[in-house]
Design a protein around this ligand. Sequence first.
Ligand SMILES: Nc1nc2c(ncn2[C@@H]2O[C@H](COP(=O)(O)OP(=O)(O)OP(=O)(O)O)[C@@H](O)[C@H]2O)c(=O)[nH]1
Ligand SMILES: [Mg+2]
Length: 413
Amino acid sequence: MKRGILCYLAQDEKEEEISYNLEELKELARNIDIEVKDYLLQRRRPDPNYLLGEGKVQELKEKVERESIEAVIFNLELSPRQILRLEERLGQVEIWDRTQVILEIFRHRARSREGKIQVELARLTYLYPRMLGLGEVLSRLGGGIGTRGPGETKLEVLRRSVRRRIYHLRQELEDIRRNREVLRQQRIKNAIPVVALVGYTNAGKSTLLNALSLSENKVLAEDRLFATLDPVSRRIRLPSGRQVLLIDTVGFIQHMPAKLKEAFKATLEELSSADLLLHVIDLTSPYMDRQVAAVENILRELGLIHRPLLKVYNKVDRFTGIIPVDGLAISALHGTNLPLLLNRLEEKLFPVEERTLWIPFTHLGELFRARNRVEVVEEIYTPQGVRVLLRGRPQDLRVLEARIRKKEENVNK
Ligand SMILES: Nc1nc2c(ncn2[C@@H]2O[C@H](COP(=O)(O)OP(=O)(O)OP(=O)(O)O)[C@@H](O)[C@H]2O)c(=O)[nH]1
Ligand SMILES: [Mg+2]
């Protein structure tokens, strides 16, 4: 692990928000092998040269030398000029901003062709506007002052090739997307309901997918940020025996870098084809409310905030406090309450169901017992019993059917 230091430039955020942001930045850094040893905090407007103020940069330089720091990470995005000035000032040390850190994590995690293209696209579009400031530097190196220096010509060539690459990547992504649209249409034809997992990164979405999945083919679930980038889907079986498709996808984070959001738009748009969103929340995070709000913000941006949604509070095995009442407490890792979750999914997806049952006269008492739960839509009398069309929740219909079948078996013994 490299030794790192965080530089936090605060605007008008409150203490609590700052401490969360610092914690999160530290965790992000850990995911690219930088161990944060120290931090610097300043409240002021961003300085055009160093982001931090003059005095703070000096303090930073001293800390870097004294503590053998190898990487400096800033909470706000740096301009090319700031990167150059900071490099000049601080000497041999890596300079990062939060966006670059997240892009780097994504770069390591991308596995599929689509994931890799999305990440590269985000990196290049982040880089492209930052190349403008480089002209001056390249010219300075080439020695031209005032006139259009050789640096700028070189830069123009570079920029053109980056532009071309961005264009090419967008095309390729478009192809992949078209392909996926075909698959989606097939799914609609097969009428398989789709449930999509959403939630903050590391909440336990992939663990839940594995726990519910019928398949032995497990997906990666790990204690690190953005373990999942590529959408995967698995079939799961509901209590009624019906199957639905469960989709797992990239986790959310607050202040998601704009370029990443753009690049992952297609992936996120997949969510809009879901019949139900399953919002997985990490109960054990001290910042749970903040994380829930960040997820809801992104859902709002995607126009999905009013979609049918079920909240699950995960990792209940490691939690002793009070569980919010607007969702179901589960442990994806230990299987706690997963049968209940499947029931809830069924209720949400298939709120009521109609079913025809044949009930012998001798067992009509069972129908009477269930009268508060199931509704008789239609009845046809036959010499031995009644043929009824019932409407109710799938599980209630199932219970009734099972009782009647059991009585029948007893009679036939
Ligand atoms: N104690 C406990 N840990 C859990 C539970 N569910 C998941 N975890 C752990 O939480 C970590 C993250 O789990 P993942 O399933 O990878 O989380 P994710 O939401 O898919 O994360 P991203 O793919 O990064 O968005 C892993 O170390 C899991 O073992 C749970 O119910 N209890
Ligand atoms: Mg995951």
